[in-house]
Design a protein around this ligand. Structure first.
Ligand SMILES: [Zn+2]
Length: 388
């Protein structure tokens, strides 16, 4: 691979308060240096653009089609067709500047195959971390993906099977979910002892556990069991929200990552009161000092895969967060929290995952919708001017 100098941009490194003009040099898959062009063999002039670290989506479903008919499409896809759908969705994300995706629910074999194909250069797409089929009760949330397990023994076996199949994370459904008929979104699906068995087994095998939690009872079980990330963390209750401040304090104290799955879907909520209460929960999570990584749950109805930037605008609004701090949630902070220590910032030695946008996203997140150049693992995968 040649060395490439990206020249003339305002560079925001993922951590600083704002961008500075600099040249960024890529060598192979990594960032070689910042400043002089270090005798690069190729120069790309991106004057006037802002260069930021590639975005990280903390919770995605590449296998879903983001439309109301998602389940019919899911059920009618052959495995071959679903794999193609997952790759196409990943490609759309990459073009939107999302260079890393944590997929928290899809058939295990397809997730692992796509992750490896992308890592090997066999398929184009964002770098993936995958959980495969979420572990869930019989008939529980997302049971149709193939991860049903009941009782401690089956749960331990399910974790072992997932690790054997090659997943990066263990995803477990601690509550039911609105997308699966016949489940209870507000109640816990497992006991503390059962969930603790999942966590113990996963940690023994050096994997971390992401727990899907809507209802407060499920969040309580997940915290007691010692999971590593809480997905959604919505404190849902019939007809509204059942917020427990002490539980949020416990989440912060335990260092459990909150992946809030905030998306453009919020804009479609008819209930202003509910939106207001959700904003209060978000602010309480931030005020308690919880570790938050940006996520949208993209792929579910009305949340397009490439809409991370829109979700970032919504979380800025809900949480009252400055644009530069929202950017950190989707770059350096997300990398730190999701075991992605080789990326998330523009620093020599890290993976060259870079996005050039028009405008300054550290001041205005709308700039993220004007992606002009994307570099993933040192390779220019999208250049608007060259129509790569
Ligand atoms: Zn999800």
């Amino acid at each position: 691979m040649p060395t490439i100098a990206l020249r003339g941009a305002h560079v925001w490194d993922g951590v600083a308060p704002g961008p500075l003009e600099a040249t960024v040099v890529i060598d192979g898959v990594g960032i070689a240096g910042i400043g002089a062009d270090l005798g690069a063999t190729e120069t790309i002039d991106i004057s006037g653009l802002t260069l930021i670290p590639g975005l990280i989506e903390g919770h995605a479903h590449l296998c879903f089609n983001a439309a109301p008919d998602w389940r019919a499409v899911y059920d009618s896809d052959s495995p071959a067709r679903m794999l193609l759908r997952m790759q196409a969705n990943g490609l759309r994300m990459l073009r939107a500047g999302i260079t890393t995706v944590r997929d928290l629910g899809a058939p295990t074999d397809l997730s692992v195959a796509l992750r490896d194909a992308i890592a090997e250069g066999l398929a184009a797409g964002p770098s993936l971390r995958v959980a495969g089929a979420p572990i869930t009760t019989t008939g529980g949330h997302c049971h149709f993906m193939g991860g049903e397990a009941d009782g401690e023994l089956e749960l331990r076996k399910a974790v072992r099977e997932h690790v054997k199949a090659g997943v990066d994370w263990i995803k477990v459904m601690a509550t039911g979910g609105n997308m699966t008929r016949g489940t209870n979104t507000y109640a816990a699906q497992y006991t503390v002892e059962e969930l603790r068995a999942v966590v113990e087994e996963a940690h023994r095998l050096r994997k971390r556990v992401a727990a899907h939690c809507h209802g407060t009872a499920g969040i309580r079980v997940a915290v007691a069991a010692g999971v590593d990330s809480i997905e959604h963390c919505s404190f849902s209750a019939p007809g509204g929200i059942d917020f427990d401040r002490d539980l949020v304090v416990a989440i912060a104290a335990a260092g459990i990552v909150v992946s809030p799955t905030v998306s453009v879907g919020y804009r479609l909520w008819a209930d202003d009161g509910l939106r207001q209460r959700r904003a209060e929960v978000m602010r309480a999570i931030l005020a308690a000092g919880c570790a938050v990584a940006m996520s949208t749950d993209c792929g579910i109805p009305r949340v397009p895969h490439e809409a991370l930037a829109g979700g970032m605008e919504v979380i800025a609004e809900l949480g009252g967060i400055a644009p530069v701090d929202v950017l950190k949630l989707a770059t350096s902070t997300a990398a730190g929290l999701l075991d992605l220590g080789d990326r998330g910032a523009i620093t020599p030695g890290l993976r060259a995952d870079l996005v050039a946008v028009e405008g300054d996203p550290t001041r205005d997140l709308a700039a993220l919708s004007r992606v002009r150049l994307v570099v993933a693992g040192g390779e220019v995968v999208f250049d608007e001017r060259r129509k790569v």
